[in-house]
Design a protein around this ligand. Sequence first.
Ligand code: NAD
Length: 273
Amino acid sequence: MIKKFTVIGAGTMGHGIAELAAIAGYDVWVNDISDEILLNARNKIAWSLSKLKKQEALERIHFTTNQEEALKDTDFMVEAVIEDIKVKSQVFNKASKLVSETAVLASNTSSIPISEIAKAVDRQERVIGMHFFNPPVLMPLVEIIRGEKTSEETVRIALDVAKNMGKETILINKDIPGFLVTRIMFRVNEVGCWLLDNKMAEVKDIDYTAIQVLQFPMGVFLLQDYVGLDVSYLIQKALIERGFEVYYCKSFEQKYNSKEFGMKSGKGFYTYK
Ligand code: NAD
């Protein structure tokens, strides 16, 4: 029985996952490192809930910078912090000491194997991957990833939670870097990036081709602006460090170094006002 539901990290993904959990009826606790980030998350959730005419769900969400308070006796955690194994491991380690005995600990990682994250906790059978997509409230799919030690019970609970949130699921039984969705996305990225890095084509022409010829709903580079180029760069790094042989996109690195993170910063491959 899940009552308390905790989301660690209230950025692009975390605030959307918290909104979904509140709509599903859970008592939600959201944690991030500053009040400013939490206020921003709250405003975005309130705006989205008003569009969905589900304003009452906001009353079920508690925002706190106190991670202990957010994790204490929780029944279900979704971690959505930066794509960095050190930061994720710290969160999982702390969680394992505070959550309820039967709690499930899920990571929204895009690329890091779940078994690697699970090493930070005592009961590895309770750790699972729950990969939501941006924006979580609208995207129908959740990729569920079974780690080497994940129990059947944990898989069942995670599938149940996704179903309560109204999501379709795919269950991935091989805990490889990038799982299924990110691996496909980075194969597409690599073609676009290679063309761009080598000055073979421009962003707008690659995106136009993706939409008009391949029938993608969004261009390759527009999607990365939407994901966040800081996030894309770190995912690329995590994939390559773990042996996924993908073209190293210099344009991602350049955007990362110049802090042009996409929509969130006002400029990425495109400019936003
Ligand atoms: P983000 O940078 O928008 O948000 C991350 C948040 O985590 C920030 O608000 C940051 O302050 C917070 N944070 C960092 N360290 C923390 C800590 N120790 N405790 C609490 N909060 C902390 O990133 P995002 O795009 O939301 O990505 C989060 C995760 O979701 C990553 O693992 C990413 O790979 C994955 N993901 C992202 C997308 C996407 O489209 N952006 C899609 C699917 C999965």
